[in-house]
Structures are given as structure tokens and as C-alpha cells.
Design a protein around this ligand. Structure first.
Ligand code: ZN
Length: 580
């Protein structure tokens, strides 16, 4: 009963916070009673849910009293690794083993439960003293256990160990003492040394099926004496991403309120109710309203939402759109309120499936870049601006569209030739200044000014050197396509935005054509973007240059046809038209 679980701290899953605020009221109640996930942690192998193959093997080993010296439990959070490690530690030492499962009653089992049995040691490798613990472990492992049959070391998040700690661990694993058993657990197996993995019996914990989780939640609810609607249990099951601990924690928050736990209770606790901002943000993206989108994004960040969280939510929203578009009955798979399905369907009808898929890929790319970058907000802005501007997308579908346009343009090649021939080669009129570069840029470009070195010496291209080094007039900057290619190697969002643009060289700075307002917007507002572009320029021409915006003079405006820009940006296409 609820009254029984008092005064124990618990764990709260991040999803339980509202999108824009924190449900303080839940915390107050939450800390006063024992968390459901602790109360319903399995006490026997039978009670472990959703990992049947693993339990069968472990149980057989226990029945035959032939444990391994080292186990490796691999799997995402909340799938039962630590629970099984503790059960195993009990089972190898239990005084009254029940068909391969620990009894949960004897002095050993109780000692492990309350942490008083010193022969079972839990080490959290993620904490600072994890490394020291491994060093201590080497010296103490030689001693026989005080009370239990085996000394058991449970090392959680083992991938977090330092190289020296890994080596210390490896030394023990090479010749493990008879009375020692290691149970290593990790969420990131790729970070564990192969030499460690090869010395362990490995078990891969699967994400638990959402139906299995829902059934367990209904069982817990009936034991706790509150009503959990079937639909609500299903929603928690889907939200917890295969982790039973997260599911029980979410149920805990929902059950803190009196009365029946409904879909609405779950949605409010999980912060699903406030997903209107995702519909708004996506609406602006689909309308191509770059400015409106950036304004809304700024206000969300202003309200305290982290860029990474927005990106993850938006990726989830696009996934929902994809499901709403492709499935007859998307309800079973959607992470949203039943009442939101109509809005999702309507929004999904306004976007083509290839565009949806490409947007999801772009968002996932951005999320992965954000995890490596300190300029998270800039990365998010870049990704969203590129979603707003279909003409600058870099995905397969966009590429296909561009190639089709290019082919059409090449078929019209005969018309294009005279037009290109009449076009004055260089110089072009001086640039119309649109904004003054910040002081940092002026400084960067200073060293280049006295000698005004030409950006022409580019590797792997043989172009004639300029007639004079004292070049003062603005010329087309020919290596620009190479710069964009270089840039795409480390930032495909910016490269995608710049593809098809032209650039000019005024003897001092590289001036980028900003007839696309989104490009100008990013150059003006985003220092990170400018640094990335300058890095690519420097890598291609081997010299640092400042950058600035360039807008062609009015009389040449008709030259900004995107097809012409595209042709101009592809040297081969240029050759074809000239030879014809
Ligand atoms: Zn026991």
C-alpha cells in the first residue's frame, strides 16, 4: 500500500519534467515514500521481466553451481542489468538456493539487500573514486571472502574506467582468484576494451517490449490499490523506451495524484501536453518563414529550453508526422495525446514523404553534431534554417531535384552559350556593403592586406595566375566550390546553405553572395558560421581571409537564377556549355 513506502529518495526521469517547467508538486509527494521501482525491484529470477533468454542461462549455471569468473551485462538504461547483477551476486552466495534463484530471506540475501555484506562490492565506474576502487580491488581480491562463498565485484558503467584502471582490471581478469566473481555492466559496449570483453561471459539485455512493460505496470497498480487505465499503461510503455525503471518512475509520478491514472495524467507528467510549440515551429519551417522560425526558436530558448532538447523533440515530432502520414492507425506508435493526432495528420498532409525523411535525417545529423560541439544553438539554427530553405537542402531528394534542373539547363545549353560569352569576365562592380565586419574579422584580414596575396594557388586545380598581385578590384573567387566541398566535410549544414552561391575576392576579403536572405541572416547573426567558413577557406587556399557579404549590383540581378548559379558552381558543367 502507498502508506507503506515512506521516506526514501527516488529517481526521476527527465521526461517527467514539463517541456517548459517542472512539476514541483510531484517532487514534494515523491520524496516522502519509497519509489515504486525500488519497491518492485525483482527479488527472484522469476520476477525479472522481458529478459527470458538471459535468465534461463543464468539460472542453469546457478543450478549446476558453476558460475563464470566474469560476466558482462550489456544494454540500454533500465533494462535490468544492475538488478540481474544483484540477483546473481545473491544466487552464487545464497544459503538456501531455490531452483537456481536466490531465496531473498537468508542472512546473505538480506545482507546484500541492505548493503551490509562487505563481500559484495558495488563500484560505479562513472564516479571519481571508481578508478581508485579498481586499484584497491587488485590488492584486496587476493583475500578470501569474510562470510560469503564468493567475493563479488559489480562494476557499473565499466566503459567509464580510465585506461590505467582498465589495465588493472585486465590483470585480475587474466588470472582471477578462485573465490572472486566480476559482474561488469555497460551501456556502451564499443568503449570497452576487446581484451576485457573476450574474458567475460557476455549477455545482451534487450529493450523491454512496451506491451510487456504495460502489463507489469497494470500488475503493480492493482497491487498498490490504484486504478491505471489500460491506454495510460500503454502510453507509459511507449514513452519509457524499453526501460522498466523509467516506466515505474513515470507511473510513480502519475500515481502521486489521487484518483485514476488516465492518458491525460500520463501526458501531463511526461510533458507531452505542451507540444504545441513543435507544431508551431514546424509550421513556420514548412511555410519557409525563416525569420518567424528563428524568432520562435529564440523565445523557446529564452524560456529555458536547451537547444539539444528542442532538437530531440523536433526530431520526435517529425517522426510522429511520418507515422501520421504513412499509417492507417498511427495511435499505437505515436508518442502523443490522442487529441493531437488530427493536428499531426493535418500538418503531415502539407509535406511530402521524401522531404519528411530528409528532414529527420538532417535533424539527427544536427543532434549528433551538437553532442560534439560547444556551439549547440548555432548548430540548431543552421539545421532549422536549412529546413526552411528547400533550395539549400543537401539530402538525396534535394540533390535529385538539383540534378534534374541542371540537366534541363544543359539541354538548353545552346541558348546559354551566347549569354555566357557576353558576360563580362572580370572585374565586377565593387560590392555593396551590407554590414561592417566585427573587429575580430577586420584583424584577421589585416595581415593579408599589404601584399594582397591571390587566393588562386589552389591544390589540384590548374588555373592561370592573375596578371597582377596588386589586384584591388573585386573578382569572382574561383575556388569557392572547393571551399564549399571542404566545408561539407565538417559542417554539411553550412555547406548546404552555401551551395549554389557565388563568392568574390576584393583583394582582402572573400565576399559571399547573399541574394538568399537566409544566408545573409546566418552570416550576420552567427559568429560560429563565419568561423567555420573561414576555416574552410583557409584549408583550401592555405591562407586566412576575412569574409563579408556581397550583393550583385542591381543591373545584374537577372543573373541570380539558381540554375545559372548551379551551373557556375560546377566546373564540368561550365566546360560542356563552352565546348558546344
Ligand atoms: Zn538466500
Amino acid at each position: 500500500m502507498k502508506q507503506g513506502r515512506l521516506w526514501a529518495a527516488g529517481h526521476l526521469h527527465s521526461r517527467m519534467r514539463g517541456h517548459l517547467g517542472r512539476p514541483v508538486v510531484f517532487w514534494e509527494v515523491y520524496f516522502l515514500r519509497q519509489a515504486l521501482y525500488r519497491l518492485y525491484r525483482p527479488r527472484t529470477f522469476d520476477e525479472v521481466v522481458g529478459q527470458d533468454p538471459i535468465i534461463t542461462v543464468l539460472r542453469n549455471e546457478m543450478r549446476q553451481q558453476r558460475p563464470s569468473h566474469a560476466y558482462l551485462f550489456v544494454g540500454s538504461r533500465g533494462t535490468g542489468k544492475t538488478t540481474c547483477a544483484k540477483l546473481l551476486a545473491k544466487a552464487v552466495n545464497c544459503l538456501n538456493l531455490q531452483d537456481g534463484s536466490p531465496c531473498g530471506e537468508c542472512a546473505i540475501c538480506r545482507g546484500i539487500d541492505d548493503g551490509s555484506l562487505l563481500d559484495v562490492v558495488e563500484i560505479d565506474a562513472a564516479s571519481n573514486n571508481g578508478v581508485d576502487s579498481i586499484r584497491d580491488l587488485r590488492s584486496e581480491a587476493v583475500f578470501t571472502p569474510a562470510i560469503a562463498r564468493y567475493r563479488v565485484y559489480i562494476i557499473d558503467e565499466v566503459h567509464m574506467l580510465s585506461a590505467s584502471a582498465f589495465n588493472a582490471l585486465l590483470k585480475i581478469l587474466e588470472e582471477p582468484p578462485e573465490h572472486v566473481i566480476f559482474i561488469l555492466a555497460t551501456t556502451e559496449i564499443q568503449k570497452v576494451l576487446p581484451t576485457i570483453i573476450s574474458r567475460c561471459q557476455r549477455f545482451d539485455f534487450q529493450r523491454i517490449d512496451s506491451d510487456v512493460i504495460a502489463a507489469r505496470l497494470l500488475d503493480v497498480a492493482s497491487r498498490e490499490g490504484f486504478v491505471l487505465e489500460n491506454e495510460a499503461a500503454q502510453l507509459i510503455g511507449r514513452l519509457s523506451d524499453g526501460g522498466m525503471r523509467d516506466a515505474l518512475s513515470l507511473l510513480d509520478v502519475c500515481a502521486a495524484n489521487e484518483g485514476t491514472v488516465t492518458v491525460e495524467t500520463v501526458a501531463a507528467a511526461a510533458g507531452l501536453a505542451g507540444s504545441g510549440h513543435l507544431l508551431d515551429l514546424t509550421g513556420k519551417i514548412l511555410a519557409g518563414d525563416t525569420q518567424g522560425m528563428l524568432t520562435l526558436l529564440a523565445s523557446l530558448i529564452q524560456k529555458g529550453m536547451e537547444p539539444q532538447r528542442i532538437a530531440a523533440q523536433l526530431a520526435g515530432h517529425y517522426r510522429n508526422l511520418m507515422l501520421a502520414k504513412t499509417l492507417e492507425q498511427p495511435q499505437k506508435l505515436l508518442d502523443c495525446l490522442p487529441t493531437e493526432i488530427d493536428a499531426l495528420r493535418e500538418q503531415a498532409s502539407g509535406i511530402a514523404l521524401p522531404d519528411l525523411l530528409q528532414s529527420i535525417t538532417a535533424l539527427q545529423d544536427a543532434i549528433s553534431r551538437m553532442s560534439r560541439s560547444t556551439a549547440r544553438r548555432a548548430e540548431l539554427e543552421l539545421a532549422l534554417v536549412s529546413l526552411c530553405e528547400p533550395s539549400v537542402r543537401t539530402g538525396y531528394q534535394a540533390l535529385l531535384t538539383r540534378i534534374e534542373r541542371l540537366e534541363a539547363a544543359l539541354r538548353r545549353g545552346a541558348e546559354a552559350v551566347p549569354q555566357r560569352a557576353e558576360e563580362p569576365a572580370a572585374p565586377v562592380s565593387p560590392p555593396a556593403p551590407i554590414y561592417s565586419p566585427p573587429p575580430e574579422e577586420a584583424r584577421l584580414s589585416e595581415p593579408a592586406a599589404p601584399e594582397a596575396p591571390s587566393p588562386v594557388p589552389v591544390r589540384q586545380t590548374a588555373r592561370p595566375a592573375p596578371a597582377t598581385l596588386e589586384q584591388q578590384e573585386t573578382q569572382p573567387f574561383r575556388p569557392w566550390p572547393q571551399v564549399i566541398d571542404q566545408l561539407s566535410g565538417f559542417n554539411s549544414s553550412i555547406a548546404g546553405m552555401l551551395r549554389g552561391t557565388k563568392a568574390y575576392f576584393d583583394g582582402r576579403r572573400i565576399l559571399i553572395d547573399v541574394s538568399n536572405p537566409a544566408v545573409l541572416e546566418m552570416l550576420k547573426s552567427n559568429d560560429y558560421t563565419r568561423r567555420q567558413i573561414k576555416q574552410a577557406i583557409s584549408e583550401v587556399v592555405g591562407q586566412n581571409y576575412g569574409i563579408g557579404p556581397y550583393r550583385p549590383p542591381v543591373e545584374q540581378q537577372e543573373d541570380t537564377d539558381p540554375l545559372e548559379q548551379l551551373i557556375a558552381s560546377l566546373p564540368k558543367a561550365e566546360n560542356i556549355t563552352i565546348e558546344q
